[in-house]
Design a protein around this ligand. Structure first.
Ligand code: NAD
Length: 689
């Protein structure tokens, strides 16, 4: 750890060495400052190269310092010293060059990058703004609108794109370190003039106002992106020193904010959830190369694409040639879309399409190391398929189901190898959504489970371990949330008000807009198979009656809302409102005014109490896992940290009291005060974050 100083002729090479991705901690900041200081006084040194160990530059701040007060030297001072150097300083960029890493590069007088470099300022993802000059230097170098887009989105640029926008001076294929040393050898002190980014003219603010609306919309209540935009504006309007001071002030204020705490929580929660259970530490994954996917419908095709993108060869299996052709055509269309949007080259898309083959014969799955079933959601269908797989799959193949709700133990029991069976529950669209619930059935073997985690890693999914129950973690928790949303309607709210309260909290969509999108008929049909008493009928009166009228939501143009032809515009459906009025009359409920705050609290307590039950039952291993599920799969705003973090930040005593109160209400039977709240309030037990 630290910075290695080496000389190559007259060039002092400073290599930041903090494996695996060289984040900047105190030792690295000090090392850079010392190196730059040495260069100023040593007459043999003509120029400096800053590089990172293992051909990676600097991935940002050291997470060990997250949430703590960093010790001097502070990064802005180190970067100012780099920029003020009389000897030219060249950044040699490979791999991640993010956050503080890019800010260091912006302090240099020239930037060379190799093809694998990723350059960005992702601080907004942690509820922050860049704190070491990024918001002031980047707009001076590449112009305000492009800089604002990079900083407010937090999305990195690949080396080629960075060259196109003027962020780097040269793109080299490989060995950027060697190239930077060679380039630095051609430079003299006089070459520094005009290359100090802070001294470049203030950028033009044109185009920034137009960005404001879209930044605010995408932020969904997160503060950091708009603060970052404000700082880019500052860069256009004030001198560098004043801008830097304002940036520092904003950075320090955000660092201790609730949103930054929530986002740090999610960051660590995601990292923790990616590891297989501790009891299988050291257990090796089974080798996986060829993967079978059964069912080439919505989910099967998305799963196949995700697997191909992760480098696997895929065999898609369908019931007949027509269904298979439709599935393969959908795969092709998705890749063509990626090419059209310049996300992928034509050659790369062609190669991926070739990785996915199709068959209607189970024998084609004989070579597969993992088989993921994504056929109809019916126990009979799944039992039949797994019985067939038991005959054709090779010994040791992992057999997974993408079922949303069904009992995986029962599915496993149809095979002679229940130890190989588990759930891999993807979310739609499966090639895009990151969340993957890995469901451990009663007899799932450790190495089968570890294999699923390994596939998640290779395909860049966010895994979360779950146990078997109706709906696993995410869908099971929707019960409480949707029930409360439905009851709020009866009590006096209308669908639009409930949805507005939930989106006002920061969700991507409200529960009734989601219902219209997913199809009101889906819930209606699934309730037909549910035991009476397993759901609250009063909460679904409006849904049921809409379904009976054939108003299923977006697909029929009418549901809780009425939709324009392109489903973009929507207005409340008067028929839904009149169904609601009738239901209130029938049940003798007089409507009252319900605040947005009550709506949010009721719906989110519905999530929280079901989440607490999952922890008590051992279906979810950690409260933080539940937060990962909700922020990655259900549109819960990341800057609020997930339902379990939300309840804890409001106070578990408060949550307990509220649930106690709701338990005495007309629908009180649905509310049980979780026993684990008492220990959670003391920071102990499964609720502890
Ligand atoms: P879908 O109807 O779009 O696709 C199912 C496909 O499976 C069809 O193409 C069908 O021809 C094929 N199929 C049916 N029986 C088969 C068999 N015996 N052998 C081979 N192929 C067969 O359904 P979907 O939405 O893709 O859902 C598939 C599974 O994924 C279900 O279990 C569902 O609960 C689950 N799931 C769906 C979603 C979602 O949002 N759609 C999300 C997560 C999980």
């Amino acid at each position: 750890m630290g910075v290695i100083e080496k000389r190559s002729g007259g060039i002092l090479v400073l290599t930041v060495d903090n494996p695996p991705v060289n984040p900047l901690g105190q030792a690295e900041r000090q090392g850079l400052l010392d190196g730059i200081t040495t260069a100023q006084t040593d007459g043999d040194i003509t120029a400096v190269v800053i590089a990172g160990a293992n051909a990676k530059f600097i991935a940002g701040a050291d997470i060990k310092e997250f949430g703590k007060t960093p010790q001097p030297p502070h990064l802005p001072d180190v970067i100012n010293a780099i920029e003020a150097s009389d000897k030219p300083v060249v950044a040699a960029i490979g791999g991640p060059c993010l956050g503080g890493g890019l800010e260091v590069a912006l302090g240099c007088h020239a930037r060379l990058a190799q093809a694998d470099a990723q350059l960005g300022l992702p601080e907004v993802n942690l509820g922050l703004v860049p704190g070491a000059g990024g918001t002031q230097r980047l707009p001076r170098l590449i112009g305000a609108p492009v800089a604002a887009d990079m900083i407010t989105s937090g999305k990195p640029k690949k080396a080629k794109a960075a060259l196109d926008i003027g962020l780097i001076d040269q793109l080299v294929e490989t060995d950027v370190r060697g190239a930077a040393i060679a380039f630095a050898s051609t430079l003299q002190s006089a070459d520094v003039a005009g290359k100090r980014v802070s001294q470049m003219p203030a950028p033009d603010a044109e185009g920034l106002d137009a960005l404001e609306k879209s930044v605010a919309r995408k932020a969904r209540g997160a503060d950091a992106p708009l603060k970052a935009l404000g700082l880019v504006k500052t860069a256009c309007e004030t001198d560098f020193e004043a801008g830097l001071a304002q940036e520092r002030e904003t950075f320090l204020a955000l660092r201790t904010s609730d949103q930054a705490k929530a986002l740090r929580h999610i960051f660590f929660a995601e990292t923790t959830a990616k590891k297989p259970p501790a009891e299988f530490k050291g257990t090796k994954a089974r080798p996986v190369k060829q993967i079978g996917v059964i069912g080439a419908g919505t989910m099967g095709t998305g799963i196949a694409i995700s697997l191909a993108n992760g480098g696997y060869d895929v065999t898609l299996l369908e019931i007949n040639a027509d269904a298979l052709d439709r599935g393969l055509a959908r795969v092709k269309k998705t890749y063509e879309g990626s090419v059209a949007k310049s996300r992928m080259s034509e050659a790369a898309a062609k190669a991926k399409i070739e990785q996915i083959s199709g068959s209607t014969d189970y024998a084609a799955l004989g070579d597969c190391d993992l088989i993921i079933e994504a056929a109809f959601e019916s126990m009979d269908v799944k039992r039949q398929i797994f019985a067939e797989l038991d005959k054709v799959a090779k010994p040791g193949a992992v057999l997974a189901t993408n079922t949303s709700y069904l009992d995986i133990d029962a599915i496993a029991a149809t095979t002679s190898r229940p130890q190989d069976v588990l759930g891999m529950h993807y979310f739609s669209p499966a090639n895009i959504m990151k969340l993957l619930e890995i469901v451990r059935a009663k007899e799932t073997a450790g190495d089968a489970l570890v294999t699923a985690f390994e596939v998640a890693k290779k395909t860049r999914k966010q895994p979360v371990l779950a146990g078997v129950c109706h709906g696993f973690i995410g869908n099971r928790m929707l019960r409480g949330y949707q029930r409360e949303a439905g009851l709020l309607l009866l009590e006096g709210a209308n669908p639009e008000e409930v949805d507005a309260a939930i989106t006002g909290f920061g969700f991507a969509m409200g529960p009734f807009a989601v219902s219209d999108l997913a199809g009101i008929d889906i819930g209606y049909k699934s309730r037909k198979d549910m035991a009476p008493g397993s759901y609250e009928p009063a909460a679904v009166i409006v849904s049921d009656r809409l379904a009976e009228k054939g108003q299923f939501g977006q697909k029929t143009g009418k549901g809780f809302y009425v939709y324009d032809a392109d489903a973009r515009g929507k207005t409340p459906n008067p028929e839904a409102l009149s169904i609601l009025e009738d239901a209130r009359t029938e049940l003798g409920v007089s409507a009252r005014t319900i605040s947005a705050e009550e709506t949010v609290n009721r719906c989110l307590l519905g999530l929280f109490s079901e989440g607490a039950a999952l922890l008590e039952e051992g279906i979810a291993a950690r409260a933080s896992d539940i937060d990962v599920v909700y922020t990655n799969g259900y549109g819960f705003p990341r800057h609020k940290g997930g339902p379990m973090f939300w309840a804890q930040s409001k106070g578990l005593d408060w949550a307990d009291q509220e649930i106690g109160q709701l338990a005495t209400g007309p629908y009180g039977k649905w509310w049980q005060r979780p026993a684990i709240i008492a220990s959670g309030a003391k920071g102990e037990g499964p609720l502890a974050l």
